[in-house]
Design a protein around this ligand. Structure first.
Ligand code: ARG
Length: 599
């Protein structure tokens, strides 16, 4: 966006800024010891806003040496004495306990930092990262099969990771590694060839419109009829050797799936580059041959495999029948992503069940030199847990026992939101309030409904399973998107009623943080940058949801204690409201949730 600045122009997080100061002090006081500054935010205001915990470890490392300090407090005192002048810090940091250093931020510094953000936009607070280009492999459903809840999780988590990287100015390629290749196509195409009146000739999108039924029927025959199975296998070979009619039908099947997937992506406002497994097909044979020639791949029961240190099973790169599989494609993709796309950070978002597969792929990639030993890219598999129904089992639809259809799930979330907003509207109207138009109601319910599904997913520690529960995710008072959207709309309402141009106020007025609840809110606001730094360390979107949730709590405490409009502090407090709303919106943007200004 317009507010995105070059990495070099961006300011470091508060935590990083303080750490730099302490790094200088450590260097100066203990030049012979190589130690990184350890600065962390505190949750208890009695311990200051941040704490430096280096003294204890430093003491331990120097103990017994000549001229070593007598105790950690002595170490801490030496650090304090060497501390450069830091405008961010209020007065002199204090010593506590065995050797903690408690740091309190200057309120004036806090308020001017926030005021700068209001003027320059939340983008000026994006962390700068040491990566120019990232590749996020996410969503990645399989053609001709239904996109299931697992793919929904991948889509939501991957989108937030991609949005966060983009916010940080990283050029990010969003790859949809669609399962569009493999033996199931032989089965599908052969079935169409045998059941369609004109055979494969001139297949249309219509012919493959009911892909699920087609898949089911052909799978049934594949499992039951030996000779069909043989013909299906032959069909794979014909497809792979480029038979035009087979290829045409394959394209139609992909197209039909793509239309279904795109409808979901559109609702969820997720962008992806379609780069299915077939994209890598021409690369498989040369790659496998090279790996065999170099002795990286070896024979095992007729198949070719790569052994990886520390892994019980090897990675299969060629089956005994000569075919290639999921792992072969991922090896080719790894090469393409590192050496052609020049990815400096590769991220793969799938269910936790594939963690073993990715360990093998990355291990084999290292052995083969595809992942260079020097200056390797950062590579992460982002695994996630299952979505469970109320019974604690994998989520299923009540009637058929089939996986829940995503479309139905999104429809229901939206419909429930519409009902609840309509209900609230009735009371508003009874009280003489404004009525919202049908169009607005539709927008509000989709923002809320889809936002609720996303938020309920993202707020969990991604590696654990969670229970899908509509009542919980639509709770007006819980840790939900609905609650967060109402909180934002309320703040927007206060600003609107102030009838002032906040940007003008930001130029003229000075924000002051005299009340403890104002200061606590401000402190939370400036921690936005380091929250994102932490989010990116372990690729944990739940840190963002936690942060917005806490933000709304700090805001509530502030708003209960401090009136905004009509007070002497009106301008200052309007600025605090605006900063809160801006950072909330930025978090919404990263979570893929649209803000609402009035509900
Ligand atoms: N299509 C796979 C599935 O549905 C996910 C692909 C993940 N990406 C990858 N490069 N293997 O399980």
């Amino acid at each position: 966006g317009a507010h995105l600045q070059a990495a070099s122009e961006r300011i470091p997080s508060v935590r990083a800024g303080i750490a730099t100061g302490f790094g200088t002090a450590l260097q100066k006081a203990f030049p012979s010891v190589d130690i990184q500054p350890a600065v962390a935010a505190t949750n208890n205001p009695d311990h200051g806003d941040y704490q430096c915990n280096n003294a204890m470890a430093l003491f331990g490392r120097m103990k017994g040496k000549e001229g070593a300090p007598k105790n950690p407090r002595e170490v801490a005192t030496a650090i304090l004495n060497a501390l450069p002048d830091m405008p961010a810090i209020d007065g002199k940091p204090t010593l506590a306990g065995p050797g903690f250093i408690n740091i309190k931020l200057s309120s004036q510094w806090l308020s001017s930092r926030i005021q700068d953000m209001i003027k320059q936009g939340a983008g000026s607070w994006a962390p700068s990262l040491p990566y120019k280009r990232a590749l996020v492999d996410f969503s990645s459903p399989n053609v001709a099969k239904e996109m299931h809840v697992g793919h929904l999780r991948s889509t939501i988590i991957g989108d937030t990771i991609a949005r966060t990287l983009e916010f940080c100015g990283v050029d990010t390629l969003r790859i949809n590694h669609v399962g569009d290749w493999g033996t199931q196509f032989g089965m599908l195409i052969q079935h169409i060839a045998e059941t369609r009146p004109g055979g494969l000739h001139g297949t249309t999108t219509e012919d493959v419109s009911d892909l699920q039924a087609l898949y089911k029927a052909s799978k049934q025959r594949f499992d039951a009829e030996e000779d069909f199975k043989a013909r299906a296998r032959e069909a794979v070979t014909r497809l792979q050797s480029g038979d035009p009619e087979f290829e045409e039908t394959w394209k139609r099947i992909c197209e039909a799936s793509r239309n279904e997937f795109d409808a979901i992506y559109q609702r969820l406002d997720v962008r992806l580059v379609w780069r299915g497994e077939s994209f890598y097909n021409p690369r498989l044979t040369p790659l496998v041959e090279e790996l065999i020639e170099r002795g990286i791949a070896e024979e095992s029961e007729g198949a070719m495999v790569i052994h990886v240190e520390g892994q019980k099973t090897p990675l299969m790169i060629r089956k005994s029948d000569g075919g290639y599989g999921y792992g072969t494609t991922d090896m080719a993709a790894l090469y393409q992503r590192i050496h052609e796309e020049k990815g400096e950070w590769l991220i793969y978002v799938t269910d936790e069940g594939q963690a073993g597969h990715f360990k093998l792929v990355f291990g084999a990639g290292k052995r083969a030199g595809i992942i260079p030993a020097n200056n390797p890219p950062r590579i992460d598999h982002v695994g996630f847990g299952l979505v469970l129904g109320q019974d604690g089992k994998r989520i299923r639809t009540r009637d058929s026992g089939a996986a829940v259809r995503l479309v139905e799930l999104l429809d229901e979330a939206k419909e429930r939101c519409a009902a609840s907003v309509r209900e609230r509207q009735e009371t508003t109207i009874e009280r003489g309030g404004e009525e919202i138009s049908a169009e607005e109601l539709d927008n509000i319910s989709s923002v809320m409904g889809y936002g609720a599904v996303k938020y309920a997913d993202l707020k969990n520690n991604r590696s654990t399973n969670y229970k899908f529960n509509f009542d919980e995710m639509l709770d007006l008072k819980g840790n939900t998107a609905v609650y967060m959207l109402y909180a934002h709309a309320r703040i927007a309402g206060i600003i609107r009623k102030g009838k002032k141009d906040v940007n003008e106020v930001a130029q003229k007025a000075q924000m002051s943080l005299d009340h403890p609840s104002e200061r606590a809110l401000a402190l939370h606001i400036v921690r936005f940058t380091e929250m994102l730094e932490d989010t990116l360390v372990d690729l944990a979107p739940n840190r963002i949801t936690e942060y917005v949730y806490e933000m709304s709590n700090y805001f509530n405490t502030f708003y209960q204690a401090c009136k905004v409009l009509g007070e002497a502090e009106e301008d200052s407090r309007l600025l605090l409201c605006e900063a809160t709303a801006m950072i909330m919106r930025q978090c919404f943007q990263l979570l893929g949730i649209k803000p609402l200004y009035r509900i």
